[in-house]
Write a protein that binds this ligand. Structure first.
Ligand code: DAU
Length: 328
């Protein structure tokens, strides 16, 4: 199959592009190469990289020529950045998705929209979100992802396009831009820098390895029913537990942990019921608590040449804005 992977130079997108290429598919990546898109993520992979924006219909049509499907990973994804300003989130996550829907309709190809468990908002202890639960996004980021999801599902109903939505849990693994909890804390710990834990650190997330996430998206691409949403769950851990484990694995001192002002609107817990996807035959192969985190820490420790150049320039400006006052 020839497949267009939008956002395929980013974290999860690049894992997916490489996975599909390794399985013998023809892969075209369309990526704007913003701060988190990185050519190095595709190094050595047999994929065609087209630099362009999903908001540009001409760029999408050019990159998509001859493709039988689009898998959309292109998105602004960091909650903290969306709190500082949401315009780019609305532009890429809602308008960009709308442009892809237009092309999927015109070219009559399948669209898989890769989304997030954050669209359901906070989930009380003992409960888990199902695909038909109401959407209650808490951040400008998750509200824009919810907007994209709803555009896709409305286009299935109104225009009969062939599309599915996946909603994944917190994803981790190699090549993740060091603004998210795990890569930020691992690289800071390796450098002896503080680990800024928001609030009491008792928030809970489900952790999903990038390879398991991509296996789920691939399955939905081949087997998903049009108009259906599929949750992709992970393994639930408290942030402080993940933080302590990172300290153990990097050999860093506990004194690096700093409890700082909480994130505005911070969701306490996410949890997914992913039985629908498991019914298609998916189950995760990695466990954060067993080898997942150990292998990820080893990757960052062995690949300083990947993340050290990132942690300068634009990153430093963002870091100072986000953490400067909190850590002072
Ligand atoms: O759940 C899926 C989502 O997971 C994805 O859709 C998002 O793109 C992704 O960013 C992630 O959202 P989170 O907000 O949960 O991820 P993040 O790594 O930013 O934060 C994870 C938890 O760690 C959250 O409770 C906030 C906390 N945290 C995060 C950072 C960056 C801290 O305590 N300190 C930090 O410096």
């Amino acid at each position: 199959m020839r497949v267009l992977v939008t956002g395929g130079a980013g974290f999860i997108g690049s894992h997916f592009a490489k996975r599909m290429a390794a399985a013998g598919h023809e892969v075209v990546v369309l990526d704007k190469l913003t701060y988190s898109g990185n050519r190095a993520n595709l190094e050595g992979a047999d994929v065609e990289l087209v630099v362009g924006d999903i908001c540009n219909a001409d760029a999408v049509a050019r990159a998509g020529t001859g493709c039988e499907a689009i898998v959309n990973f292109a998105a602004e994804t960091h909650v903290d950045r969306s709190i500082l300003g949401a315009a780019e989130f609305i532009e890429t996550d809602v308008h960009g998705t709308y442009v892809l829907i237009g092309w999927a309709r015109e070219a009559d190809v399948r669209l898989v929209q890769v989304s997030t468990d954050e669209v359901y908002g906070d989930v009380p202890e003992g409960q888990s979100s199902r695909e038909d639960d109401p959407l209650r996004p808490s951040s400008p980021y998750s509200a824009s992802k919810a907007g994209g999801d709803l555009q896709v599902l409305a286009a299935v109903r109104t225009y009969g396009i062939d599309a599915c939505v996946t909603r994944g849990a917190n994803t981790y693994g190699p090549n993740q831009y060091p603004e998210k909890l795990i890569p930020l804390f691992v690289t800071n710990a390796l450098d002896g820098e503080p680990l800024p834990v928001y609030g009491d650190g008792r928030q809970r997330r489900e952790w999903l390895h990038a390879e398991d996430h991509c296996a789920a998206v691939e399955l939905v691409l081949h087997e998903g029913r049009p108009g259906e949403v599929y949750n992709v769950g992970g393994e639930e851990h408290e942030n402080l537990e993940v933080t302590r484990r990172i300290l153990e694995l990097t050999g860093a001192s506990e004194d690096l942990v700093r409890h700082v002002d909480d994130r505005a609107g911070h969701d306490r817990r996410y949890a997914l019921d992913d039985s629908k996807l498991r019914g298609l035959g998916w189950s995760p192969e990695h466990s954060l608590g067993e080898t997942g985190l150990t292998e990820t820490v080893a990757w960052y420790s062995d690949n300083r040449d990947w993340w050290e150049p990132i942690k300068s320039g634009e990153y430093q400006r963002y870091y100072d804005e986000q953490y400067g006052t909190r850590l002072r």
